[in-house]
Design a protein around this ligand. Structure first.
Ligand code: GLA
Length: 397
């Protein structure tokens, strides 16, 4: 009897436990919601080998594709943007940057096509500057000045790279350590440049650097754009707007005189959209010195810093528009004046005079010798940060 009742109690407890378990059991949970990046399943990053440099360093090519099909290919040699395919007003993708089909072209001869520029973008007069009482001498690679970081600037080194895909989009982080004394610059500089392609057809560049000795730093990007498409002729019919009431006039070696000159009444006034070719042959000393446009504009910035509109380019033929926003105070507009038909690029395209344009966000040229210009000196313990976005869209005729 006692055994029977124990048996019933056990049976009862077991039944209760099973019932309780049944009550508390949850239906199989649904899979976690996809992040926006995962939902944009068409976005992707792909890495492949892209040859090697003369000293045998392997170079890799990253292909970034966003959800709407815009595609950027960038390689570890110089962080060079090899191609950039964006839609025109009919939705057709076209490559809007100049360059070569293979690494060899870049190794042989390239006027900085698509590259990261550093340690100092643009010119330093006579390759000399003083910092904390000491004079530094750089290589003279643009007689009589130093240009774009020296003989082997950041455009000619192989960067380490790591790709990512997250809420921001798809991208690559390039890193490079420039040794103390490299190209004559003081201090070991750890540089990091992040390229991000977002689903809204914007391409973001984030530059960061730290140093162990005071050094001038001015990083930028030297992509040659032609919104009508690579190899489609010159950029003279394309319209440019630059949010700048002043520019930095230069001497005949393209070193700023130090003056911040009003653009009013000059061929340098792009405050309202104007065809690049409209005044490029004007009888103007500055145009003569630059062989066209090759100058730094002083951006009109609202107080408070941050990302602000710098420029807008519109190609009436394709409808493509590119908007440049930046944290930088200056913008070098170079109208491809040194292109002269001697370089044959992608798909056999011969790069004639003014076949592409550069809009290089930056601090002003020769700042290390111009105490009145915003300083470019980075000190130990500080972090250099600079952001620029090139956003692509289309405009109806
Ligand atoms: C910059 C310079 C130009 C020229 C190009 C590359 O834009 O200001 O003078 O050197 O790079 O050819």
């Amino acid at each position: 009897m006692r055994d029977a009742s124990r048996y019933h109690r056990l049976l009862w407890s077991a039944t209760v436990l099973v019932a309780l378990a049944a009550c508390t059991a949850q239906p199989t949970p649904p899979p976690p919601a996809a992040t926006p990046a995962q939902e944009a399943s068409k976005a992707s990053v792909h890495k492949e080998a892209f040859g090697s440099t003369a000293d045998g360093a392997a170079v890799e090519l990253y292909t970034l594709t966003n959800a709407s099909g815009m595609e950027v290919r960038a390689m570890t040699y110089g962080g060079i943007i090899v191609s950039l395919r964006v839609p025109d007003r009919t939705g057709a993708l076209g490559d809007v940057v100049l360059g070569y089909d293979s690494l060899d072209g870049y190794l042989k001869s390239s006027p900085y096509f698509g590259a990261i520029i550093g340690r100092y973008g643009n010119r330093i007069a006579r390759g000399r500057f003083k910092l904390d009482g000491k004079e530094y001498k750089l290589a003279i690679n643009n007689n009589p000045n130093a240009l774009h970081g020296g003989r082997k600037g950041f455009d000619k080194v192989v960067w380490k790279a790591e790709s990512f895909q997250d809420q921001r989009g798809v991208g690559v982080v390039f890193t490079y350590t420039s040794a103390d004394g490299e190209e004559g610059y003081p201090g070991k500089l750890d540089a990091k440049v992040t390229y991000t392609l977002a689903d809204d057809n914007s391409l973001r560049f984030e530059y960061q650097a730290v140093t162990d000795k005071p050094t001038p730093v001015n990083l930028t990007q030297h992509t040659y754009f032609n919104l009508a498409g690579d190899g489609s002729g010159d950029i003279l019919a394309q319209e440019l707007m630059m949010k700048a009431s002043r520019f930095t006039p230069v001497d005949k070696t393209l070193i700023p005189t130090g003056e911040l000159k009003s653009v009013e009444g000059t061929p340098f006034d792009f405050r309202t959209p104007t065809a690049i070719g409209a005044r490029i042959e004007a009888k103007d000393e500055q145009i003569t010195f630059g062989l066209g446009y090759d100058h730094n504009w002083v951006l009109d910035r609202e107080p408070g810093g941050g990302m602000q509109l710098a420029a807008r380019v519109h190609d009436p033929a394709s409808g493509r528009v590119m908007e440049v926003t930046t944290t930088e105070p200056g913008l070098q507009f170079y109208s491809g004046n040194f292109l002269d038909g001697t370089l044959t690029g992608k798909g056999g395209h011969v790069y004639q005079h003014r076949a592409g344009l550069c809009l290089e966000t930056q601090h002003y040229p020769d700042s290390p010798n111009k105490p009145d210009f915003p300083s470019t000196v980075l000190k130990p313990g500080e972090e250099y940060r600079s952001h620029t976005v090139y956003a692509f869209s289309v405009q109806k005729p």
